[in-house]
Ligand binder design. Structure first.
Ligand code: HEM
Length: 504
């Protein structure tokens, strides 16, 4: 009785609601933005959804194709929602430099059950205050303290790679991913998990699987509504994984908080603390947040947990992708590899000593190699903003409610800014060759107020790891074509294959 009377009524109300939303969004956004921009044909209800395929590989290929067909600023309707793809620095600049349009799109909300509304996903007042608190955590003096960790974890990586020296091509991504996880666990939480030695760690398995579920959900519109996702097996699995992740974060935070109370003499400005036998110990990002809280900053346990989880998520996969593509690019371009090696030889000679912060600063050519890699293979190939305010650029009105897809993966290959764009050429990033280039033509770390807070850390980590690998091994092509895929992060299907040979 209940079902026969109320269900049809509820469905009718829902249908009216959806239609109203559809007509409202479509009419306003289409009138002002959509009609003025070129883009693929839209079908009723689903819009241009079929244009983009069903897999992360299709999505990447089709975004590139659509830009080729319709230009560096074009639009696509996904159901009632208007997406505008922007891959032209002149159009991208106002979005990046805006202090109002800083809200991430709906897709980022899929991370909320795990990350809460930490720095990556929050907006408005909360984001501003968090950014202010966390910025000093990435001060150069503090980052310097992590070089030790890059080196220690790097030595484990070198040992693990040894078995491949002189052998056939293999997937180096798997090794790099564990290296970056060891580094970020140490940096974010002060934890030595040693996942390079123990791949079966429950926390790491949960972290990997939770990241995969976020990607699966963002590719499956039927999982978008919270209540449907939560009831599905995928949603239930996510809940269990997040419990493991949160339990670990809370445990570490509580332990460090206690340590800090017992060791109250250190000030918030210090980058080191004494351990119980009086040795100096480096502070993790977590310790900085705890110091802030202790000195009256008033962060709850939940606030701190959100940020620790955000660093864990955002700070390892991005760097693994950047590092692996750098190694692949060096393997495919022997002349560039030789030049990078000669620079290292100039710095270290035949010595086996560890790299210092000063050495990392001297690796100018290697820096150009990494920058050129992130041009061709930006770890975050696309990111999304939801407009809160109308923006007018070059006569085009982008109305509030539009989702803007900012596309470094495509813009970095715009021939007007990067002639012969497919060529791997690190010299593009020498100071002379950079001069005069549009400041927003190259944005692997985003730009403006919402840029990547971890970019200096990432650059130091990548230089430390690549230099260590190059000093030990010569890299050569794995002879395999990469098939690219966009899963929040840029990846290749089946990993990144190269060959290694011992240098000594
Ligand atoms: C090669 C390495 C990296 C790349 C290419 C990269 C790139 C980016 C990009 C493009 C964004 C903006 C995303 C968006 O607007 O949706 C971002 C934001 C962010 N990144 Fe990175 N990232 C890297 C490494 C790191 C590391 C190592 C950390 C932490 C230790 C980190 C922490 C963050 C955080 C917290 C944000 C959010 C900042 C905010 O919204 O205020 N990233 N990153």
């Amino acid at each position: 009785m209940w079902i026969t009377t109320f269900l049809p009524l509820a469905m009718l109300v829902m249908l009216i609601f959806i239609l109203q939303y559809y007509v409202f969004v479509l009419s306003r956004a289409a009138r002002i933005t959509g009609n003025f921009l070129p883009g693929p044909k839209s079908l009723p209800i689903i819009g241009a959804a079929l244009e983009f395929g069903r897999t992360p590989v299709d999505l990447l290929k089709n975004l590139v194709r659509v830009t080729k067909e319709y230009g560096y600023v074009c639009r696509a309707w996904m159901g009632p929602h208007l997406f505008v793809l922007v891959a032209d620095p002149v159009f991208i600049e106002p979005f990046f430099s805006s202090t109002v349009n800083i809200r991430k799109s709906m897709n980022y909300e899929f991370m909320n059950p795990w990350l809460g509304t930490g720095l990556l996903t929050s907006f408005g007042k909360k984001w501003k205050s968090r950014r202010k608190i966390i910025t000093p955590t990435f001060h150069f003096k503090i980052l310097e303290g992590f070089v030790d960790s890059f080196n220690t974890q790097g030595n484990t990586l070198i040992k693990k790679l040894k078995k491949h020296a002189g052998g056939p091509a293999f997937d180096i991504y798997k090794y790099i991913n564990l290296y970056t996880l060891d580094v970020i666990c140490d940096a974010a939480m002060g934890l030595q998990l040693n996942v390079q030695d123990d791949k079966n760690c429950e926390y790491v398995a949960a972290l990997h699987e939770a990241s995969e579920i976020i990607v699966k959900r963002s590719m499956s519109p039927w999982y978008f509504p919270e209540f449907i996702f939560n009831m599905s097996p995928l949603g239930r699995r996510q809940k269990a994984l997040i419990k493991t992740l949160h339990n670990m974060s809370y445990k570490v935070i509580k332990e460090r908080k206690m340590e800090l109370s017992n060791n109250g003499k250190e000030g918030a400005g210090s980058t080191e603390t004494d351990n119980d036998i009086g040795q100096k110990k480096r502070l993790a990002f977590l310790d900085m947040l705890l110091h802030y809280d202790k000195s009256g900053g008033n962060l709850s346990l939940e606030d701190i947990r959100e940020e620790v989880d955000t660093f864990m998520f955002e700070g390892h996969d991005t760097t693994s992708s950047g590092l692996s593509f750098t190694l692949w690019s060096l393997a495919e371009n022997p002349a560039c590899q030789q030049k990078a090696y000669e620079e290292l030889y100039e710095i270290f000679g035949t010595s086996d000593r560890e790299a210092t912060t000063e050495d990392l600063t001297k690796m100018k050519y290697l820096e150009c190699v990494i920058k050129e890699t992130l041009r061709l293979f930006p770890s975050v190939p696309f990111f999304l903003r939801e407009l809160d305010e109308d923006v007018k650029i070059e006569g085009v009105n982008f109305v509030a409610g539009t989702t803007v897809l900012l596309a470094p993966f495509i813009m970095h290959k715009h021939p007007q800014y990067f002639p012969n764009p497919e060529k791997f050429d690190p010299e593009r990033f020498t100071p002379e060759n950079t001069r005069g280039r549009h400041p927003y033509a190259y944005v692997p770390f985003s730009a403006g107020p919402r840029n990547c807070i971890g970019q200096k850390f990432a650059m130091m980590e990548m230089k430390a790891a690549v230099s260590k690998i190059l000093r030990n091994y010569k890299l050569s092509s794995g002879g395999r074509e990469n098939v690219y895929s966009v899963e929040l992060i840029l990846r290749t299907v089946g990993g990144i294959h190269i060959k290694l040979e011992n240098r000594k």
